[in-house]
Design a protein. Structure first.
Length: 270
């Protein structure tokens, strides 16, 4: 059976039987990415026009879209001809009632695989199986090759999906780190959290995890410095103090609160 493999978790990839069908032309690439994000759902002409022309389509956009579809089908036909010469590319990139869909019996999308790992990992953690949860979340996170759809110009539905996937990724990272803190892996988390808090200077949960990892590693002064940097960034960028939760964590670090030393499940980031 001919398979369609789609990669959204980094530069956009799409291949049929191992042969890439991603065009170099920007509009065709955006259209193919949009149909790939649709996951077999029909994307209406209105959604396609909004994505391709960012709210300013030319007169009669349907004709231009039909041209792009024809060019994509030619690429698909070339890819499948050596594997399944009797497969009609119109069955893979098909026309619906109001638009187009990309579909095959055997479709693999890295983003859907990632989200399956996340669901399974979160379920394991909710049942108290932190080690299994860490393994599953790590497997899913390893599928990422960069920012979602990093080489595709995006607006509308594509931008929304890329942002959603990036948010799911960040939440999965934090869930995995919470579980690792409970497992006592604080020392090896310090370098990762150093990078993450630099990339996300206003993300409080990451800073809470960083402060806990530093404190449990015997680096109390650095934990206090991490809070100070977060507070400065929050006041400067947002005009507000850190949340009550972070301020309480700061007090616990100052006081050497014994609860901070024990990776117990009754605490989340700390």
């Amino acid at each position: 059976m001919v398979s369609l493999d789609i990669g959204l978790l980094g530069p956009f990839t799409a291949s049929v039987g191992g042969a890439s069908i991603v065009p170099s032309a920007a509009k065709q690439r955006r259209l193919l990415a949009l149909l790939a994000v649709g996951g077999g759902r029909e994307m209406s002409m209105a959604v396609i026009a909004e994505e391709l022309w960012e709210g300013f389509p030319p007169a009669g956009p349907s004709a231009a879209v039909q041209t792009y579809v024809k060019q994509l089908r030619q690429r698909i036909a070339t890819a499948v001809s050596r594997l399944a010469p009797y497969v009609d590319p119109k069955e893979i990139l098909s026309r619906g009632n109001s638009g187009y869909r990309l579909d095959m019996p055997d479709v693999r999308v890295d983003a859907r695989e990632f989200e399956r790992y996340v669901r399974q990992g979160e379920q394991a953690i909710s049942h108290g199986e932190d080690q299994q949860g860490v393994l599953l979340l790590s497997e899913g996170l390893a599928l990422w090759r960069g920012q979602a759809l990093s080489d595709v110009r995006m607006s509308g539905a594509l931008r929304a999906e890329a942002l959603r996937l990036d948010e799911v990724r960040l939440a999965a990272v934090q869930s995995r780190i919470d579980a690792e803190l409970r497992l006592g892996h604080h020392v090896h988390l310090v370098s990762e959290l150093t990078a993450l808090t630099t990339l996300h200077p206003l993300q409080e949960n990451l800073h809470a995890q960083f402060i806990v990892a530093l404190y449990r590693s015997g680096r109390q002064s650095q934990a206090l410095e991490a809070f100070r940097r977060l507070r400065e960034a929050s006041v400067r960028e947002l005009g507000i103090e850190p949340s009550r939760r972070l301020q309480e964590l700061h007090r616990w670090v100052l006081a050497g609160e014994p609860l901070l030393d024990a990776p117990v499940r009754t605490l989340t980031a700390f």
